[in-house]
Structure formats: structure tokens, C-alpha cells
Write a protein that binds this ligand. Structure first.
Ligand code: BGC
Length: 805
């Protein structure tokens, strides 16, 4: 292992517990020292370091929980159980693959990939006996999910299997020191096991997941995370909007997503947004609430009342008045995490927010407004345990931004709760009037200067710059997620085919849980090649045995005399776990780790952070994303971006822009969302990230929005992203592959390169011969304006120059 790897791992190991939290806890933990322990559950040996798909990082190794415990000095009394469970899983997996192949055959599919991608293997039922003994017991419940498929409300996924429930309850009775550990990327329904007194949300922490659990059990680190998404029983989640239809999904719940729904519907969740326990308790006391114009500051004194050093998160919510527009019961306005406080120690933290950021979008006037009335400022350590500290009284309605509607109509009116917010002024009062605010008038349809070098390009060269680099001899399908020539295992790159081949390239590699590259590679006259080929084992097993053998043989053939080089990247915690830390400095440092590795391996653009909203707990990629709340999503994406972009020549690509909140039929699915919900919930995080960190790139999503592909949507790309948010980087598509998005069963066609170019999307990715021909023809026959193609090309060219300085 090289020095940088060790340093990065050590840092993650030391800090990752900040993204973990207890749901419940008694005083049986931490343990006095390493001991004999009975460790059960599917996550002990098969620990999930992060979900599957393009976000899966190829690390040198990953420490599972079994290893983590043993390295820390524990003795496991349950090896017999882990071995027997392994055997069950091997058979379970064979059946899983067999079933997928049969299903594909029955559907008449040439190959099973489209239905297999991200499919979660159901957990088996079993009757293994619980015979392990020891001073303590843990049950590690793991769940996996990933790109290409959504989660299911079935036993073994969102629900616990009968075997899991049986074993967890039995262990809870048998051991006084028993902890249920959740190695999951999103909620599972804990209803049947809520009586367990110690429940830890460990999450998925990358390479060091097993080490971090050992440290938590021993009290070497203190969990200090808070939930960024509400956890409750499945039956309690909102059903106002729909989810999972292959063609059309209606976001009828409007702005009532996550805690905004639970608050308004008056449903008490098991564990609310913002909740989380550690080994210590903290007391919050009001110090002051003050203002500088419309900028409000809340100072809070936090005291550690427990027996162990730890950190606490202070959260500030505001209940805005209902006026012209309905409002959630409260919105998160800001938060701050303390430093490590010793028992008895106090710290004053200050949370500052702008009133303008609480504005709502009024479709009628196409502007953001703050209604007149009382804005009650509430402070606490979860969204359901808050105390009013003061009130901002606004004397009249304020317009903060004037813009134009551009997102189309969803075909319904958003759900609105009858409940009105009209609270009396409580605590200190701050009086504001419209004179305390500025109104921004958004300028649209501005001209964009074309670079002189671009003006001289031929139609062909111009076309090359508008799409990703491709090999004309390779069909689209074979380049999924691995279409780069310069860095092995990178996802794609821009062209080298113009300006006498002197043009600089942008190489892009996936994330967000680290940098996704081939672990080892060699170089020959044709370029770089990842050792072992580009097709992951999980896909290879879907081929029939002969084919798979052939592919493996080709992939393992390494020309004689070539040097094998390494490019190991660090798997950091998943997006949700990073956000659960509520610690911007930590997120920034994780970005710094990724940026350091990008610089080392010659990657200019990281295809992350991913900040889609956790609209439903069923979205298969939620683990990559941060939260149900846009402020959390946007500010964490910004913190990570700032960390990455401190490195020379490195930029982030925030994704997937936007309303990409499910994986079902992801290339062709149409999200129906109101302009208001888009702006306040689904786009807001992107706006925050752009304003706070100016990421170098944005990736549009696969889906359509109100009937138009997001990648072909001028309103999203120009009016909102560039004009309103002030984005100055490049816009690229997600990896659109014709073969995967052109099934005749779909109601909507897949995105097309020519349409993307017209909309001001700078780069169609990953690019192939057909995309090239479509764009070239459009430029030649005038259906694509040459000027637009030149503008896009200018932006790509300039970014390549900037990041290759
Ligand atoms: C994913 C993106 C990813 C891209 C490149 C797509 O399938 O949706 O998140 O960045 O592939 O690998």
C-alpha cells in the first residue's frame, strides 16, 4: 500500500463515525475492551462498503466487520454461523442469476443486462441456530442497492426477513449487551424489532467500515451523526404522489417531501429528520438572536452533559407564515456542528442564514416571494425537538427574485395541506420591511462570446467537440461507464479530434464514494488498458459460461514486457453518510482526498457529487445522494466541491440535474413536477452548490421533465442553471446509450445528441458514431444552429484549457 493510500484510509477511519448515529441506546455500550463476541447477520462477512453501479469504487481491499472486529482484538464465537450462512448465500446467488437469465429469456431479451443492472438479491430465509456465546452480541443487518433498479417493499429489502426478525429478537432476549447494527444505505422498516435497546445506523463507510464499527463498540469514537432523511415504518411514508411507474411519475405531493410531509400530515415518525444519538447527551441554551439586515444569526450554547467527549449538531428551523402561498410547518434554515466537547465542556456555536433563502416560488408572478407575517425561529437537535428562540416579523410581502416560468406543466395541481401557519411572535422580535431586501431581476437570453479558435473549425471538428470521444469501430453498448482512452477505468473523455489534434482533453471518472478507476493498467500503442478488462464480475456472470470464459481470457491476456501500473483509489463513505455528519469541514476534507487522487491519476472531472433528493426511500441510488432536504443536499455538494477544486486542474460534475429520483426505466421515465416544487425542492440544492462552489460541470439526468428530456431542456440549462444560478462551467449529459434507451415499449424516446446540442447542452456523453452523425447532419442541414454548436464547443474548449493549465 502506498503512503497516500494509508494516509487517506487513516483519515477516513478516524472520522467516519461522525456520519453514524444511534437510534436507541442504553448504557450497556461501549464495551470495556475487546472480548468474545457473538456476531451474526448478513453484514458481518458480506459487509457493504457502498452500493453498486457507477458509484462503486475499486479499492485495493475493504475491511469487513468480521476483520474489523478481529483486528481490534475481538474473538468471534460465531464462525460456524458465518460459514454456514456463506454456503446459503452461494446457492442463493446461483438461483438469483438463474432466475434473471430465465426472466430475460421469457421477455425475449437478447441479454439480461437491462433487467439485471442494480437488481437486489433477496435475502434468504434460513434456520441456522444461534449457538455463539460471549460477553456481547451484535446482529449486522445489511442491504445493498444500486443504479438501474429501485428498492422493493419486500422481505429482504425494505422489510426484514422472518429469519432476521426471529434472530434479532432472540439475541435481544439472550444477551444484555446486544446491538442491532444497520449496514444500510437507506431506511429499512424496523417495526418488528423496535424493542431492541441498542440500534446503530452504521451506514456504509467505504474501505474502513469494519474498523469503524469496532471503534464504536469500544467507545474509541463517538457517533455524532444526524438523520438527513426520515426513518419510519413503510406504511407511514407519503402516498400523495406516485412512484415506480415505468413511463410517468407524478410528484403530486409538491413541496411536501420528507419532514415537510410528516410535519404537515401530523404523522409521528419513528426517527425524525435531524435525529441521532451518540454516547453523550448535550444541553442547548439560547445565547442570542440578532440580525444584520435580513441576515439572521442565532447563537447557541452547547454543553456536554454526558460522560464521553463528543460533538452535537445545532439545527435552526423557521416556521414561515402562510400568505399567498402555503408553507411547510418548518424549513431547515441552517445548522452547525460543535467541535469535540469533553464531558462538562461548553461551546457557543452560531448559525447564520439569509431570510431571502426561505422565499417560495410563486408561479403566478414568476418570482420568489416572502409573505408578510411572523417567521418563528426554532432551535433544537432534531426536527421534532425544537424550541422557539425568536421571531422575525416581516411588515409586507417581499419579492426576492424576478424570473420567468420555464419548466412546463405537470398536468395536476400540487397537493396543499389546509393547515395554515400563523404563529404569534415568540421570544426576541426582529422587525424587517421590504427595504431590508434586494430584488434580483434575472437577465435572460444573453449573448455568449465564441472563441476565435472555434470560429475556424470545420463542421466535423465542431461536431467532435459537442460529443464525447468515441471509437468509430465500437458500438455504444460496449462503452457503458468505461469510455475513456487516456485513463483506465475512467468513464469518458472529450475529443482530441480537432484543432490539428492539439486540443486538450477532459477525462472524467465516476464517484461519489471515491474515484472509480481500474485498479491496475498497462499502456501499449493503442492506449491504456485496465488489467482484467472493463466488465465487472457481477456482469460477467450474466453471460453464459463459455462466453464469460472467453471474455475473461481476453481480459487477462497481458502483452509481454508491458509494465503493470497501479491506480488505487480510496472508497470513502457513501453520500448519505457524509451528509449525516452534518460537518462541512469533514465533507470538504473528503473532497480533498478525492481531488488529491484525481491529480495523481490525471482525471480532470469527477462525476460527482450526486445530490438528488431522497423523494422516496425506494430510489435505488439514494445511498449516493445526501438528503430529503435541499439545503443539506446543496451545501454538502458545495463543501465537497470546494475540497476537490482546491486541487489544480480538478473539477466536480454535480449530478443528476434534475428530478431524477427513481431508477425504474431511467432512460425514458417522465417526471411530472410543478415549477414550484422543482425550484424549491429538486433544483434548489443545485442552485446552492453553484452559488457556493461554482462546480466545473453539471450532468443532466436521463429522465424527462414534464415531457422534455432534462438534457434537451433549455429552460433547465439556460434559464435556470446559467441565467438564474450563475453557472459558468460545462453541461454534459448522463451516459446515454441508444441501445439501452430505444426500446419500442417506452412511451418516450431516449435523449438525442442533436436535440441536446440545440438546448445548449455542451457535451453529449459518452458519444458514439451515431451521435456524431446526428449532430453533423443537423449542423449541415441547419436544424442545429451553427452558433449554438460553437457556443457549446467554446465552453468545452475553454474548460479543457483551464483544467489542463
Ligand atoms: C450514471 C452516472 C455515471 C455515468 C458514467 C451513468 O449510468 O447514471 O451517474 O456518472 O453512468 O459512468
Amino acid at each position: 500500500m502506498q503512503k497516500y493510500e494509508q494516509e487517506h484510509l487513516d483519515f477516513v477511519k478516524k472520522t467516519a463515525a461522525e456520519g453514524t448515529l444511534f437510534f436507541k441506546r442504553n448504557n450497556e455500550f461501549p464495551l470495556a475492551g475487546p472480548c468474545k463476541i457473538a456476531a451474526y447477520g448478513n453484514g458481518v462477512r458480506r459487509t457493504i462498503k457502498g452500493g453498486t453501479g457507477s458509484g462503486e469504487v475499486n479499492s485495493r481491499f475493504a475491511v469487513n466487520i468480521e476483520q474489523g472486529l478481529e483486528e481490534a482484538g475481538f474473538t468471534l464465537s460465531t464462525k460456524y454461523w458465518l460459514d454456514a450462512f456463506d454456503e446459503i448465500m452461494v446457492n442463493n446467488h446461483k438461483e438469483f442469476i438463474r432466475n434473471i437469465k430465465e426472466e430475460a429469456k421469457a421477455l425475449g431479451l437478447d441479454n439480461p443486462f437491462s433487467i439485471a443492472f442494480g437488481r437486489v438479491e433477496a435475502e434468504p430465509e434460513h434456520s441456522l441456530k444461534l449457538e455463539g456465546d460471549g460477553e456481547a452480541a451484535i446482529y449486522v443487518l445489511a442491504r445493498n442497492s444500486g443504479e438501474g433498479n429501485d428498492r422493493k417493499v419486500e422481505k429482504g429489502d425494505v422489510l426484514l426477513t422472518d429469519s432476521e426478525v426471529r434472530d434479532i429478537l432472540e439475541l435481544n432476549k439472550k444477551f444484555s449487551k446486544f446491538m442491532l447494527v444497520l449496514n444500510v444505505g437507506g431506511p429499512v422498516d424496523l417495526s418488528p424489532v423496535l424493542e431492541v435497546e441498542n440500534i446503530l445506523l452504521l451506514s456504509q463507510l467505504g474501505v474502513v467500515t469494519g474498523n469503524v464499527l469496532a471503534d464504536i463498540l469500544l467507545g474509541k469514537v463517538n457517533p455524532s451523526g444526524k438523520l438527513t432523511t426520515t426513518w419510519t415504518k413503510w406504511a407511514d411514508y407519503s402516498t400523495i404522489g406516485d412512484f415506480g411507474d415505468r413511463d410517468d411519475v407524478n410528484y403530486k405531493e409538491g413541496i411536501y417531501v420528507g419532514y415537510r410531509y410528516f410535519d404537515a400530515a401530523n404523522v409521528e415518525p419513528f426517527f425524525p429528520f435531524g435525529f441521532g444519538l451518540g454516547y453523550s447527551e448535550f444541553e442547548l441554551e439560547k445565547e442570542s438572536i440578532s440580525n444584520e439586515g435580513a441576515k439572521i444569526s442565532v447563537a447557541v450554547k452547547v454543553t456536554n452533559k454526558g460522560g464521553m467527549a463528543g460533538k452535537e449538531v445545532v439545527q435552526v428551523y423557521v416556521s414561515c407564515p402562510t400568505g399567498k402561498l402555503d408553507k411547510p410547518v418548518k424549513d431547515l434554515a441552517g445548522f452547525a456542528k460543535t467541535g469535540e466537547l469533553k464531558p462538562g465542556e461548553s461551546q457557543v456555536v452560531t448559525v447564520t442564514f439569509n431570510m431571502a433563502d426561505l422565499a417560495s416560488y410563486d408561479e403566478e408572478s414568476a418570482s420568489y416571494i416572502l409573505d408578510k407575517g411572523n417567521y418563528v425561529v426554532k432551535v433544537g437537535n432534531s426536527s421534532r425537538s425544537v424550541e422557539a428562540y425568536g421571531t422575525v416579523v416581516l411588515s409586507d410581502l417581499v419579492t426576492t427574485v424576478k424570473t420567468r416560468n420555464c419548466l412546463g406543466t405537470p398536468g395536476f395541481t400540487d397537493y396543499a395541506f389546509d393547515k395554515k401557519n400563523a404563529e404569534d411572535a415568540i421570544g426576541d422580535v426582529i422587525s424587517l420591511s421590504p427595504a431590508d431586501f434586494e430584488t434580483v431581476d434575472v437577465e435572460h437570453d444573453r449573448d455568449y462570446p465564441i472563441d476565435s479558435i472555434i470560429e475556424g473549425l470545420s463542421d466535423e471538428e465542431l461536431t467532435y467537440l459537442n460529443i464525447g470521444a468515441f471509437d468509430p469501430n465500437v458500438s455504444g453498448m460496449s462503452v457503458v461507464g468505461n469510455a475513456a482512452f487516456s485513463v483506465a477505468g475512467a468513464a469518458g473523455e472529450t475529443t482530441a479530434q480537432c484543432i490539428n489534434k492539439s486540443i486538450k482533453k477532459l477525462v472524467m471518472a465516476d464517484g461519489p464514494a471515491g474515484l472509480r478507476l481500474s485498479k491496475e493498467y498497462y499502456t501499449d500503442e493503442n492506449g491504456v488498458h485496465g488489467v482484467g478488462g472493463s466488465i465487472p464480475e457481477s456482469m460477467l456472470e450474466l453471460f453464459d459460461d463459455e462466453q464469460a470464459k472467453g471474455i475473461r481470457e481476453i481480459a487477462s491476456k497481458i502483452p509481454e514486457g508491458v509494465e503493470i501500473k497501479e491506480q488505487y483509489a480510496t472508497a470513502i463513505p457513501i453520500g448519505t453518510a457524509i451528509a449525516q455528519s452534518f460537518n462541512y469541514d469533514l465533507a470538504n476534507k473528503y473532497g480533498d482526498i478525492v481531488g488529491e487522487e484525481m491529480e495523481r491519476f490525471g482525471v480532470q472531472l469527477w462525476l460527482a457529487p450526486a445530490l438528488n433528493i431522497h423523494r422516496s426511500i425506494l430510489c435505488g441510488r439514494n445511498f449516493e445522494y445526501y438528503s430529503e432536504d435541499p439545503l443539506v443536499a446543496g451545501t454538502f455538494a458545495a463543501a465537497i466541491t470546494n475540497g476537490v477544486q482546491t486541487h489544480k486542474g480538478c473539477g466536480t460534475t454535480i449530478k443528476h440535474y434534475a428530478a431524477n429520483n427513481a431508477e425504474t426505466n431511467r432512460y425514458n421515465n417522465n417526471s411530472h413536477v410543478s415549477e414550484r416544487a422543482m425550484r424549491e425542492i429538486y433544483l434548489r440544492g443545485f442552485g446552492i452548490c453553484v452559488k457556493n462552489s461554482q462546480p466545473k460541470a453539471v450532468m443532466t439526468s436521463y429522465n424527462l421533465l414534464n415531457g422534455t428530456h432534462t438534457s434537451e431542456h433549455r429552460g433547465l440549462i439556460e434559464d435556470i442553471l446559467r441565467d438564474e444560478y450563475g453557472f459558468r462551467g460545462i453541461v454534459m449529459t448522463d451516459w446515454v446509450i441508444d441501445e439501452l434507451s430505444s426500446s419500442p415499449e417506452n412511451r418516450y424516446r431516449g435523449a438525442r445528441a442533436d436535440e441536446v446540442v440545440k438546448a445548449g447542452g455542451d457535451l453529449f456523453m459518452p458519444g458514439c458514431q451515431t451521435d456524431f452523425e446526428r449532430v453533423l447532419e443537423g449542423i449541415k442541414n441547419g436544424s442545429i444552429s451553427r452558433k449554438q454548436a460553437q457556443i457549446n464547443a467554446t465552453r468545452v474548449y475553454r474548460m479543457a484549457e483551464e483544467l489542463n493549465k
